[in-house]
Design a protein around this ligand. Structure first.
Ligand code: COA
Length: 330
């Protein structure tokens, strides 16, 4: 069944016309982690699906790979920096608390006609930013928007905590969202949730207004990810599988109509739960967690680029994106 675009409810249709990614060269393998904490390759692969992640050299900000990914996305879409109206940057690891990383990326790109802002949705940040971009375009406030998911997760990872340090990697993914002809392509539907019940299970304790940085917070490693993984896992399985099925079913579709499922890459077992719910074969599911780990807001846009490069994503495909993260958000 061909999904119908909600033409009657909007002035315009928004579609993704370009995708890009950028990752640092340096690899942190499971073998490397074996030398740092009490863990082993077999445990990490079986419990998470991760084999290696990429890490920046210290001092590299999120804007660096963000700008590179954005350039690739613009090139893919065939647009120039001057044609970009807005830049939205979902990230939990901005270059600085302020100004917004969007300002740094706009400056680096020479996007002199764009305004923009950062958006905090943790691992769901990219999905939330995409919805913002879509809404701006459908309402006629913008024609071309860059959404740049970029993270330096190594800057907030405690490499003495085996529960969390095995999970995260650095990198960036970017997309161009543009006004498109309604007959052609476009974003069909979206469902978003937040539930503050998740705060206690996944957060960064220090560095915000409640607990500003001090010698004690640094010594206590309170500027890194705190996660009660088992609890987050249970919520993530339920949230990812549920919302994925809901958005497909309420559009009169089934898994058979989906050409590609591009989920947030947090844990292979969470992805498999959502895959099973839709009855999708492996060939329709993007997996990049093995090579990049969990890159938070960068995981979905970079996986879209990998899908293009591998010939698995083509114009006209019906694609489902899904994420779950701190907040909880999904
Ligand atoms: N290597 C070896 N053993 C480890 C380990 C590691 N790196 N990390 C934890 N363990 C141990 C634990 O200490 C525990 O031992 P115990 O039973 O003696 O206490 C055992 O392995 C099982 O730990 P558990 O936390 O139950 O493992 P898990 O199967 O839940 O996997 C995660 C842990 C973090 C991989 C998993 O919970 C997860 O992916 N959670 C969700 C992450 C997520 O989606 N976050 C939101 C988006 S960012």
């Amino acid at each position: 069944m061909t999904p119908r675009l909600p033409r009657d409810r909007t002035l315009h249709t928004a579609g993704i016309t370009g995708v890009g990614m950028s990752f640092p060269e340096r690899r942190l393998t499971n073998a490397d982690l074996e030398k740092m904490v009490d863990t082993d390759d077999a445990w990490i692969v079986e419990r998470t699906g991760i084999r290696e992640r990429r890490l920046v050299e210290p001092g590299t900000g999120a804007s660096f790979h963000g700008a590179l990914a954005a350039r690739q996305a613009m090139e893919h879409a065939g647009i120039t920096a001057a044609e970009v109206d807005q830049i939205i940057v979902p990230t939990v690891t901005p270059d600085m608390v302020f100004p917004a990383t969007a300002c740094l990326i706009a400056h680096e790109l020479g996007a002199v006609n764009a305004w923009g802002y950062d958006l905090e949705g943790a691992c769901s940040g990219f999905i939330f930013a995409l919805q913002n971009a879509r809404a701006q375009i459908e309402a006629g406030h913008a024609r071309r928007i860059l959404v740049v998911g970029t993270e330096i997760m190594s800057s907030i990872t405690n490499y003495e905590d085996r529960n969390s340090c095995i999970l995260f990697g650095d990198g960036a993914g970017a997309i161009v969202v543009e006004r498109v002809e309604p007959e052609r392509l476009g974003i069909i539907d979206a469902i978003h949730h937040v539930d503050g019940v998740g705060i206690r299970f996944l957060h960064q304790k220090a560095g915000g207004s409640v607990m500003p940085a001090s010698a004690a917070t640094v010594a206590g490693k309170l500027h890194t990810v705190y996660q009660e993984g088992r609890d987050v896992y249970k919520f993530a399985v339920k949230g990812m599988a549920g919302v994925t099925a809901e958005v497909v079913e309420r559009n009169g579709l089934t898994g058979a109509d989906v050409d590609l499922f591009v989920p947030h890459q947090a844990n292979i077992r969470i992805i498999e739960a959502a895959q099973q719910r839709l009855g999708l074969p492996d060939s329709k599911v993007m997996i990049t967690i093995d090579r990049f780990g969990n890159t938070t807001s960068a995981s979905i846009p970079s996986a879209l680029r990998v899908a293009c490069d591998e010939g698995r994503l083509r114009e006209g495909h019906t694609v489902v994106l899904c994420a779950f993260g701190a907040g909880f958000t999904w």
